[in-house]
Write a protein that binds this ligand. Structure first.
Ligand SMILES: *[C@@H]1O[C@H](CO)[C@@H](O)[C@H](O)[C@H]1NC(C)=O
Ligand SMILES: *[C@@H]1O[C@H](CO)[C@@H](O)[C@H](O)[C@H]1NC(C)=O
Ligand SMILES: *[C@@H]1O[C@H](CO)[C@@H](O)[C@H](O)[C@H]1NC(C)=O
Ligand SMILES: *[C@@H]1O[C@H](CO)[C@@H](O)[C@H](O)[C@H]1NC(C)=O
Ligand SMILES: *[C@@H]1O[C@H](CO)[C@@H](O)[C@H](O)[C@H]1NC(C)=O
Ligand SMILES: *[C@@H]1O[C@H](CO)[C@@H](O)[C@H](O)[C@H]1NC(C)=O
Ligand SMILES: *[C@@H]1O[C@H](CO)[C@@H](O)[C@H](O)[C@H]1NC(C)=O
Ligand SMILES: *[C@@H]1O[C@H](CO)[C@@H](O)[C@H](O)[C@H]1NC(C)=O
Length: 644
């Protein structure tokens, strides 16, 4: 239904409906000899044969031997990457890579790595030939040449090998290869699975094709999560199913790229890049015929691929474009994703919401909504809260106390999108619930009035401003307090405004907290910013507050504000006559006021306020700031005033 490509198309997947009675048919799996419809890679540390030993620890080199086999030609390129032990390359190492007719790339971290190989290396590096007499007796040759073997691994069809250098003195004395050897932790390989099988039901009813991946459980491997990346070439029709069978307590983490197919997974599964809790899958049979019967039961009569692999933490499955022979026209099925699914996947992917402790903002680009056809309006749960629209966006800005938002969920604001869709004259609506995370942080806002409406980012000199510090309160201690607020500006000493919920300057007055709201802690004060005479008014200032308990700071926030000064000339403007007159008059006025001020100070012995400049080093420590500021209050009044 969604024709154009969009980043969200991959998410359009549907889950299967109810099971039907199984048709009594079966088919015999045959190796797929021609081009298989899938490519499957998996990572593993289990090698065909392998061993480790401590025999190299006293020798000149640590020595790793890789012996590679291929089940088919032409062979793909082999990449070997090597990480040194502890990132140092002091211990000389040797790699013996037996890989006849193969093209290999070796990523070397260290210069002192010796390579013996019969492969062609790309890019060319200094590799020594593997002598002819080593061919049938590789281990003997290595033992003779180096006097020890650190590890030996035989692999089939690897694409990538990752080798971790390092010797272990606890390893056995001799390297005696064992079948299905677990080469953890020194080796991990990505292996190409080349034994894909397939078959078609004798009485093929439909053109549906099934891909089956079965994991062989190995009790010694404690793997509980399998990440499966599924890549599809393009948006294929919904006539394929993927069956994933593994141990019952396994979680499949599915990464879907461009794929729209049905799937059944055993155990639990979770689709990554999709905010969902793991979901319970289905109980699937663990036999070949059982799984095939399951696919038939779901009306997929072609087993396009059947792969049995050892349990692995990472699997990549590429489904190739392939014409599935159509025997019956595929009618519309229940599997097409419904508009509701599309809308919710889309909105979760976009996550267009952003919350503070007090507000919620939603901005959605219309172009992103393309896969949901014909969105007319968007509202929240309270449908009177309708998003504004312009040519390109839907936008909504609201308080958390409005629009039906609930805060019951820990640290989240919960609401719902209501999308109105119109198809011709038919209107319908889709509801998508969402959770907007509320940041655990302190928020600072400046307001022009005690109404605390419409925050501003400007601080005007000599004018009262209203400051609010607040945070969403979930599980914070009850005695959370506003520890301190400073105003700082370039070239000025930090000015302590508030400490321990108390005003610390005569220019500051604490205000009552607004009517109680259990979910939010709010502190308010008003404050007038004055700049001492003779000082330049800074262009910007920083309000810095900390909240927490008495003895430890939990939250700190910094708010940058522009400083507005009515006396300051507008930038980049020539001094017109009126400005010059203004300055002259202003200077006269300041002079007159200063004279008056000085006289006032002179005639009143101790008139200066408690407005304390605090030494720049003070904010960090309490003890030093108290001592220091007591001294400075006594000395500053006279010195400042006498300046003028
Ligand atoms: C192998 O390495 C080469 C060059 O380093 C790179 O171009 C190629 O994509 C790699 N192949 C795989 C399968 O990683
Ligand atoms: C190797 O391991 C054996 C026991 O398995 C031990 O006796 C021997 O000392 C070890 N050798 C070195 C060089 O650590
Ligand atoms: C996804 O499908 C589109 C066509 O629908 C194709 O152009 C694109 O290459 C595919 N992406 C991947 C990663 O396969
Ligand atoms: C998973 O289940 C298998 C048996 O089905 C059991 O042997 C294994 O211990 C379980 N693993 C975990 C991690 O629970
Ligand atoms: C399978 O096909 C049959 C007949 O075509 C139909 O009756 C049945 O409902 C289909 N089952 C499923 C699961 O779609
Ligand atoms: C959509 O919003 C417009 C106003 O912007 C209103 O007239 C119309 O009734 C709304 N439609 C729906 C389906 O809510
Ligand atoms: C619509 O509003 C958004 C968000 O405010 C804005 O970024 C965008 O430029 C606006 N588009 C038009 C065409 O005005
Ligand atoms: C901080 O003060 C609280 C009480 O206000 C007290 O319970 C806690 O132990 C103190 N923590 C430290 C590290 O002093």
């Amino acid at each position: 239904m969604c024709r154009r490509s969009s980043p969200l198309l991959p998410l359009l997947l549907a889950l299967l409906g109810r099971p039907d009675p199984a048709p009594a048919e079966h088919c015999d799996l045959q190796p797929v000899t021609a081009e298989p419809p899938i490519t499957l890679f998996y990572t593993t540390s289990t090698v065909l044969r392998g061993c480790v030993s401590n025999s190299s620890t006293l020798a000149s080199h640590e020595v790793h031997v890789l012996s590679i086999q291929w089940s088919k030609t032409p062979v793909p390129m082999l990449n070997v990457s090597i990480t040194p032990r502890d990132d140092d390359c002091t211990r000389p190492a040797a790699l013996i890579l037996q890989c006849t007719q193969c093209l290999a790339s070796i990523t070397l971290p260290c210069q002192n790595l010796l390579i013996h190989t019969d492969a062609s290396l790309r890019p060319k590096v200094q590799g020594k030939e593997l002598p002819k007499d080593a061919k049938g007796h590789l281990l003997e040759w290595v033992q003779r040449t180096y006097g020890g073997i650190t590890s030996y691994s035989e692999l089939k069809d690897p694409q990538r090998i990752h080798l971790q250098l390092g010797e272990n003195s606890n390893s056995p004395q001799n390297c005696i290869p064992q079948k299905d050897f677990d080469a953890t932790p020194h080796l991990e390989a990505e292996v190409l699975f080349r034994e894909v099988k397939g078959c078609t039901s004798s009485s093929a009813q439909s053109a549906g094709a099934a891909h089956i991946v079965q994991l062989l459980h190995k009790p010694s491997l404690p793997i509980t999560e399998v990440k499966l990346t599924l890549n599809c070439p393009r948006q294929q029709q919904n006539n394929q199913i993927l069956l994933l069978q593994g141990p019952a307590n396994l979680t499949w983490l599915l990464m879907l790229n461009n794929c729209s197919l049905q799937f059944l997974a055993s155990g639990t599964y979770k689709i990554l890049h999709f905010p969902m809790d793991p979901r319970k899958g289905e109980l699937l049979p663990d036999t070949e015929q059982g799984l095939i019967a399951k696919a038939f039961e779901k009306n997929y009569s072609i087993i396009a691929s059947y792969s049995v692999i050892p349990i692995s933490p990472h699997i990549t499955l590429n489904i190739h474009e392939r014409e599935v022979p159509k025997k019956l026209p595929v009618g519309p099925t229940s599997s097409a994703p419904s508009p509701d699914d599309v809308s919710s996947s889309l909105l979760f992917t976009l996550s267009p919401w952003k919350c503070t402790d007090d507000t919620m903002e939603i901005v959605i680009a219309r172009s992103n909504l393309e896969p949901i056809k014909d969105v007319v309006n968007i509202t929240l749960r309270d449908i009177s809260c309708q998003a504004e629209k312009n040519a390109t966006h839907f936008m909504l800005h609201t308080l958390l106390s409005h629009c039906g938002t609930s805060l019951e969920n820990h640290g989240h604001a919960n609401n719902e999108f209501v999308l109105s869709l119109s198809k011709g004259s038919v209107l319908r609506s889709v509801r998508v619930a969402f959770q907007c995370p509320i940041p655990r942080e302190l928020f600072l806002r400046l307001f022009p009035s005690a109404a605390f409406k419409a925050p501003q980012t400007e601080l005007e000199v000599n004018k009262e401003v209203f400051v609010q510090a607040s945070m969403h309160l979930e599980d914070y201690p009850a005695d959370l307090q506003l520890k301190e607020c400073y105003l700082m500006a370039p070239g000025m000493e930090p000015l302590l405004l508030v400490q321990g919920n108390k005003a610390q300057s005569s220019s500051v007055a604490m205000l009552e907290e607004p009517p109680s709201n259990r979910a939010r802690k709010v502190w308010r004060f008003r404050f007038t910013y004055t700049v001492p005479e003779g000082r330049h008014v800074p262009f910007s200032a920083t309000l810095k507050c900390k909240a927490g308990l008495q003895n430890n700071t939990i939250f700190e926030k910094v708010l940058e504000v522009k400083v507005k000064d009515v006396w300051r000339l507008p930038n980049n403007q020539g001094l017109g006559l009126s400005a010059v007159l203004g300055i002259t008059f202003g200077a006269f006025l300041i002079g007159a006021l200063l004279t008056a001020g000085l006289w006032y100070i002179y005639s009143h012995t101790r008139p200066i306020s408690k407005l304390q400049p605090v030494s720049t080093t003070a904010p960090a420590s309490e003890s030093s700031s108290t001592n220091h500021s007591i001294g400075s209050t006594q000395s500053t009044p006279c010195s400042t005033s006498s300046m003028a």
